[in-house]
Design a protein around this ligand. Structure first.
Ligand SMILES: [Zn+2]
Length: 373
């Protein structure tokens, strides 16, 4: 669903990396090989620095996987369904299907990752201090321990999408028993932290001219955006309350048979309707989604020869929801997917389509009802 490079499974949990991670990997390896290792351990060959750098970057990657596995395994113990782990720009994200049931469960899942990182950092730094190692190995181990400490501190900032923010959210939730309020406050703190980092980064850049200061601003920007998104998600979720997917979906969407040619699709379906996405069916059974854009990538003279099924997004890349599921779950499921439409099924028959706009509209209606009542 998310565009990530699959890397395999650990303990049954799917691990993948976002494309941005390749960039980070290259950046980390490069700065280690050209900067950090040569200045800390002078006198080795360039080749040695590069070998050390690539190994260190790979192990860094491994320690982030372990951190996320900490979250994911605790989530499984707490009966929260796990979709997978995606590594991206600033670390990893463990994706959960449903929500935390209790503040205690959220707390346990949030601290499990940093706990792993803490143990890793301690073991690496402690181990390298006690056990005599060759210089190159020692340099790698020390750096890994240090970078895990940095990761730990960053993750424990009490700003909502970060682990520290989750902990804060769980504590607020527990203290007052009010989930919506806890989310508002925790998100506000996240936005505040993000704004401080933006201001700090820009000021630092203006004062020193050091380009790296802009990274701080960039991370701050990312933090506030993520905190805002989380707050909005939770607000919609909260407003949707007891509604089911069937209550909010668009019913009887215009569906296209998978064996229709693109020409037939253009002549018979696209001409009368203005949807951006069409469900694709085979004998009433949904088999995929056809974004209207997908056919524009096919040259017009091939429309007679190509079938809808050749260009559609197959079902395994599409969000499929049961009509009976809680509408709030759809908010989570649709978040971060490339195609923001979900197929709604009942006994494996297509009954509807859900878009984020449907959820927002339903949430607004529900909100008005609550205020009126
Ligand atoms: Zn974490």
């Amino acid at each position: 669903m998310q565009r990530s490079i699959p890397l395999g499974r650990i303990a049954g949990i799917q691990i993948g990396a976002n494309w941005s991670w390749l960039l980070i990997f290259a950046l980390v390896a490069w700065s280690l090989a050209e900067g950090i290792f040569p200045s800390q351990n002078p006198g080795m060959t360039d080749a040695a620095y590069w070998v050390m750098a690539v190994i260190a970057a790979l192990l860094f990657f491994g320690s982030i996987v372990l951190h996320e596995l900490g979250h994911a395994l605790q989530a499984r113990r707490d009966d929260v369904e796990i979709e997978g782990i995606t590594l991206w720009l600033f670390g990893g994200v463990a994706q959960f299907h449903n929500m935390y049931r209790t503040p205690d469960s959220e707390f346990r899942i949030a601290v499990a990752g940093p706990l792993v990182t803490l143990v890793l950092a301690g073991a690496l730094i402690g181990g390298a201090s006690i056990v005599p190692l060759p210089e190159s190995v020692e340099a790698v181990v020390f750096w890994l321990g240090y970078i895990n400490l940095v990761l730990l501190v960053f993750n424990l900032l009490p700003a909502l999408p970060l682990d520290g923010g989750r902990v804060l959210h769980a504590l607020l939730w527990r203290l007052r028993g009010d989930l919506a309020r806890a989310t508002r406050v925790a998100a506000l703190v996240g936005v505040g932290f993000g704004s401080l980092m933006i201001a700090g980064g820009v000021l630092l850049f203006l004062a020193t001219g050091v380009f790296g200061a802009l990274w701080l601003a960039f991370i701050g920007w990312f933090l506030s955006a993520a905190a805002r998104a989380e707050a909005e998600h939770m607000a919609v979720r909260h407003a949707l309350g007891g509604l089911r997917v069937r209550d909010v979906m668009s019913r009887e969407p215009v569906a296209v048979p998978s064996n229709a040619t693109l020409q037939a699709f253009a002549d018979e379906y696209a001409i009368d309707t203005t949807f951006t996405t069409y469900p694709v069916v085979e004998h009433d059974r949904p088999v995929g989604l056809l974004p209207f854009d997908a056919i524009s990538s096919v040259p017009r003279d091939e429309w007679h020869a190509r079938k809808v099924r050749d260009v559609m997004l197959p079902r395994d890349q599409v969000t499929v929801l049961d009509a009976d599921r809680e509408a709030g779950d759809a908010v989570h499921e649709l978040a971060g997917t490339g195609v923001d439409r979900a197929l709604v099924v009942e006994d494996d028959h297509l009954v509807g389509l859900v878009a984020p706009a449907d959820l927002r509209r339903a949430a607004r209606l529900a909100d008005t009802d609550q205020q009126a009542g």
